[in-house]
Design a protein around this ligand. Structure first.
Ligand code: FPP
Length: 264
């Protein structure tokens, strides 16, 4: 607790990423290393979800998106899938008041209709319950595929075009981003040392900084998120520009700020 508080104070408040997305990986290996069934790794992983969400809110992150269940995860053994759904049910019931108290708005992305009906009901209930919270948006990606999401966005745009609601000229990156929904990702974290993006938020991660840690997800807690923030704050984001252009932009911004302050 004290370590987390001290670490929090060392963060630069002006350089907090707006949207952090996490590929939570390594639950199975965590359990295997201890001779435990895989589900024990997922149970510990759910505790990390709680710790990381609480810390993200304290840091001032506005969007936190967690990859909880991919479309490809449907290929896993049935008992593991059922156990994951039980954890999700439990999480939704137990954490909704904490979300509300901490002003966390709950959201989901993915093909939610693939999930068991009662979970869909709980998701909608927690979404409605937290709909007026405005501290941070917590999104769980469930039955999610980044590729499918892009195809869906294309279909929506095509329909708008066919219905005469938009012209060809109006089809641009901004419209596409609107169809996808979530904002661009500033920081993408992946645990367990794997160097893959695994079909996660493909549109949104175009200019994301990537942070990969060898820590397995069940061992990744709030203090590890702060360490990732510190690393992010050291990075220079260029968005395709040269270092000189970035320096000039920073200088211009500084001068403009000074001018604004000078104004009577
Ligand atoms: C990846 O580890 C993790 C998942 C596929 C599931 C993520 C689920 C949780 C963190 C717990 C429940 C979540 C919520 C929101 C309550 P893996 O199983 O692929 O690990 P491995 O690569 O070591 O086998």
């Amino acid at each position: 607790m004290a370590e987390r508080r001290n670490l929090l104070e060392t963060l630069d408040k002006k350089k907090i990423p707006y949207h952090v997305a996490i590929i939570m990986d390594g639950n199975g290996r965590w359990a295997q290393k201890r001779g435990l069934p895989r589900i024990e790794g997922h149970k510990q992983g759910a505790k990390s979800v709680d710790s990381v969400t609480t810390t993200a809110r304290k840091i001032g992150i506005k969007y936190l998106t967690l990859y909880a269940f991919s479309k490809d995860n449907w290929k896993r053994p049935k008992d593991e899938i059922l156990a994951l759904f039980d954890l999700l049910r439990h999480y939704l019931s137990k954490k909704k008041d904490k979300m509300k108290k901490n002003q966390i708005k709950f959201n989901v992305v993915g093909d939610i209709e693939d999930l068991p009906q009662d979970i869909v009901g709980k998701i909608n209930e927690v979404k409605a319950y937290t709909s007026d919270c405005n501290g941070m948006v917590l999104t769980l990606a469930l039955s999610y595929s980044g590729k499918s999401e892009i195809v869906k966005a294309c279909k929506k745009i095509l329909k708008m075009y066919k219905d005469g609601k938009i012209t060809e000229e109006e089809i641009d990156n901004n419209l596409f981003s609107d169809m996808i929904g979530l904002p661009d990702v500033d920081l993408l974290i992946r645990t367990s040392g794997e160097m893959r993006v695994s079909d996660f938020l493909l549109w949104n991660i175009a200019y994301a900084e990537v942070y990969i840690t060898k820590k397995l997800w069940p061992d990744f807690r709030g203090k590890d998120l702060i360490k990732a923030m510190k690393e992010f704050q050291k990075r220079e984001r260029r968005f395709g520009l040269t270092q000189e252009q970035i320096m000039t932009m920073k200088q211009d911004m500084k001068e403009n700020t000074e001018k604004t302050i000078d104004c009577p």
